[in-house]
Design a protein around this ligand. Structure first.
Ligand code: NAD
Length: 484
């Protein structure tokens, strides 16, 4: 399905990169999986030109039936290749196999169909009826239209989910797209290009996929005046750069950024169940999820007990081969990411923290990039380790003095992406309502789904992905008044 080196997709053609190739690694072993096309600024320029042309000249923005048919073709084609895609995802992302049956693969592929269905049933035109503003009789209509060329810039942690949560709604809405994936996971994006070119009728230039080892191509995409909207997922720091790049052209930006979400255990919760769930859910995929709840807040008088429960759960989970069915926590993506996480482990000790579990590299994992599932205790809520996004399997346990205090600590963060509460239903709901975060899980509820808008308050982002709100991010609004 995918050759090595993997190709770019530009203007309907699968092409080599002008910059040669770059290696993509298996994070579980550190071995080179193969090569990906390394695009240059000239390739990016050609991709943007193709997307612009396809938007301005092809039937894509206006032919809804074509879009719906092509999106279903894409979903069906990806589903036909599910087995190969699963192995590729495990190998390139280090994603534990169990996650590929959900958000790492099957769910986002299936969700393409949800966006096709939504586009088909969507109220593209709203009749506001007749009025006589300033004495002039007029029939008024509001029309929703695609924004234009979308620059989609994505990270490596959930590549299919994030690539497809941008492509699905952007394409269903009638936009054309240039997708620039992270250099760590080029194959997960390139495989979409190969399937689109070979197995769908998506017209040339509607989707362009530009893999590159050079982050500067993301900046180029964000700056280019031919791009109407930048849809970015990544770190808050890069999000700021994207926003700055969009200023001269005042183009729309849609940002899904970082987080340091809180898991609040109330004093009437089942402590063992809550803490076990918090531990398991927050180190899945080695903690490399923007919405994972990596600050766990427990009643002060149960702190030691909670540390024992979470520590034991993490030790039992361990870090395992992502290809195994039972693995929850696999490797981290790269040497750079491992270094970053280890930097935070050193910082945690300097800040007075101790490890109730983990704190180093797992024994016997000499190749690849690994960190043990780790619990840091004894930190102040203001410590950097307790406030900054680590993006590794590192949880911080903090004490709280009741519901108000827990809400205060949870909200005392520049981020506001997600949160979780465990406790008696009524109190848990009341606490959830006070959290300044875009998604909240109450008593292990799962908010993930095609129809659920996902995004951040505060510095966790601007806009929403998925759901009707996620689709409407990719639409313009035009009001038409016809004199009578
Ligand atoms: P990153 O910000 O380093 O890179 C993200 C993407 O931006 C990559 O494709 C990269 O090449 C590109 N890029 C780098 N510099 C750029 C620039 N100046 N202009 C434009 N593009 C540029 O993030 P990462 O390390 O790939 O991913 C991890 C981060 O992503 C974490 O902070 C995580 O929280 C965040 N994330 C957020 C969400 C969400 O939905 N909120 C989802 C997943 C990951």
């Amino acid at each position: 399905m995918l050759d090595s080196p993997s190709p770019l997709l530009i203007d309907g053609r699968l092409a080599a990169g002008s910059g040669g190739t770059f290696a993509t690694l298996n994070p579980a072993t550190g071995e080179v999986l193969g090569e990906a096309a390394d695009a240059t600024a000239a390739d990016m320029d050609a991709a943007i030109a193709a997307a612009r042309r396809a938007f301005d000249e092809s039937p894509w923005p206006t032919d809804l039936a074509l879009r719906v048919r092509c999106l279903r073709q894409l979903r069906d084609a990806l589903q036909r290749h599910a087995d190969e895609l699963r192995e590729l995802t495990i190998a390139e992302v280090g994603a534990p196999r169990f996650l590929t049956y959900g958000a790492q693969l099957d769910a986002p592929v299936n969700d393409i169909g949800w966006f096709a269905d939504l586009a088909e049933s969507y109220a593209w035109t709203t009749d506001l009826g007749r009025a006589e503003p300033m004495g002039m009789a007029s029939d008024r209509t509001v029309v929703r239209e695609p924004v234009g060329v979308v620059g989609a810039i994505t990270p490596w942690n959930f590549p299919h989910q994030i690539n497809l949560a941008k492509l699905g709604p952007a394409l269903a809405a009638g936009n054309t797209v240039v997708l620039k994936p992270a250099p760590d996971t080029p194959w997960c994006a390139a495989v979409l290009g190969a399937v689109i070119a070979r197995e769908t009728d998506i017209p040339a230039g509607v989707v362009n996929i530009v893999t590159s080892s050079d982050h500067a191509l993301g900046a180029q995409l964000a700056e280019d005046p031919r791009v109407d909207l930048v849809s970015f997922t990544g770190s808050t720091e890069t999000g700021r750069k994207v926003m700055r790049a969009a200023v001269p052209g005042l183009k729309r930006v849609f940002l899904e950024l970082g987080g340091k979400s809180a898991f609040i255990v109330l004093d009437d919760a089942d402590l063992k169940a809550a803490c076990s769930y918090a531990a398991f859910s927050s180190v899945a995929h080695a903690g490399q999820g923007c919405a994972l709840t990596t600050r766990i807040l427990v009643p002060r008088d149960r702190y030691d007990e909670a540390a024992r429960i979470i520590g034991k759960t993490l030790a039992r989970l361990g870090a395992g081969d992502p290809a195994d069915d039972s693995t929850i926590c696999g490797p981290v993506i790269s040497e750079r990411q491992r270094d970053r996480v280890e930097g935070y482990l050193e910082l945690a000790v300097k800040e007075g923290g101790t490890f109730a579990a983990g704190g180093g590299r797992p024994e016997g994992r000499d190749r690849g990039f690994w960190i043990e599932p780790t619990l840091v205790t004894g930190l102040d809520a203001g410590a950097r380790t307790a406030r900054e996004e680590i993006f590794g399997p590192v949880l911080v346990l903090l004490p709280h003095d009741g519901d108000d205090d827990a809400v205060r600590i949870a909200n005392d963060s520049p981020y506001g992406l997600s949160g979780a509460v465990h406790g008696g239903a009524e109190r848990a709901r009341a606490v959830a309502a006070r959290l300044r975060a875009g998604t909240v899980s109450v008593n292990s509820g799962v908010w993930y789904g095609a129809d659920v808008p996902f995004g951040g308050y505060k510095q966790s982002g601007i806009g929403r992905e998925m759901g009707v709100a996620g689709f409407e991010e990719y639409l313009e609004t035009k009001a038409i008044a016809e004199g009578i």
